[in-house]
Ligand binder design. Structure first.
Ligand SMILES: [Zn+2]
Length: 157
């Protein structure tokens, strides 16, 4: 299975979600081959009321990024926001790692869009609030770390 293949798929029509039930976890379960942009849209709808897509946030694979698995690049209210995922690092990780990384960066993007949040690059209380909410809904383990491989170079206390 190659995650890289997801990048350049010509976005086929999404397959109908499995209508299997229960905890609601099934409602976010996606085929393993779902392109990352579709994942982004899906999670945006589920957890952020489409706010990210409506605000022009995009998600791309980066071939050059090797120090952290994910990154949220904010260029100001007019410049937009791009979530970058490291092809090199994530292609060897599990699907859950990819999803967790994507969602971690989506939380950052969401906080960037909210002007009332001052510590937007931090993994503070508001970040953790979203993190816990999404972990509970998905069963994933999003953390406050950007990469298990590289120590965070953040100056956050
Ligand atoms: Zn972060």
């Amino acid at each position: 299975m190659s995650i890289i293949d997801l990048t350049h798929s010509p976005s086929p029509p999404p397959s109908p979600p499995a209508s299997s039930t229960a905890t609601g976890v099934a409602s976010w379960t996606l085929d393993v081959a779902t392109p990352v942009h579709d994942l982004f849209l899906h999670f945006d709808r589920l957890f952020f009321s489409d706010r990210l897509a409506e605000s022009g946030v995009s998600v791309v694979w980066s071939k050059r990024m090797t120090l952290c698995a994910g990154l949220c690049e904010w260029r100001g209210p007019l410049g937009g926001c791009t979530i970058k995922l490291s092809e090199k690092l994530l292609q060897f990780r599990s699907r859950a790692d990819l999803l967790s990384t994507l969602l971690h960066e989506m939380i950052h993007a969401y906080l960037f869009l909210d002007a009332s949040v001052s510590n937007r690059e931090d993994h503070g209380p508001i970040f953790c609030q979203h993190m816990r909410r999404i972990n509970a809904a998905t069963g994933l383990s999003i953390t406050v770390y950007h990469s298990a491989a590289a120590p965070a170079s953040s100056s956050a206390p």
